[in-house]
Design a protein around this ligand. Structure first.
Ligand code: FES
Length: 70
């Protein structure tokens, strides 16, 4: 699913980026800006920020638990 139409970023890319950030630092605070920066993108119009925030919220707990189980 495309999460950011300006950059054509899919949810899979963002989910894997969240996982990578949390693997390095399980206590990391992930914001949409940090996530985009890490993935190598920049916000253009910003219309996707709310959607990206929801994606982060939905995946944060799941990814943290998965990384602790490794
Ligand atoms: S839709 Fe993501 S920056 Fe425009």
């Amino acid at each position: 699913m495309i999460m950011c139409s300006c950059n054509r970023i899919g949810s899979g890319t963002l989910k894997s980026t969240i996982a990578a950030i949390l693997k390095e630092d399980p206590q990391a605070v992930i914001t949409p800006g940090r996530l985009f920066h890490r993935a190598g993108y920049r916000f253009t119009c910003g219309c996707c920020v709310e959607l990206i925030t929801e994606l982060i919220d939905a995946n944060l707990h799941t990814q943290a638990q998965a990384n602790q189980g490794e």
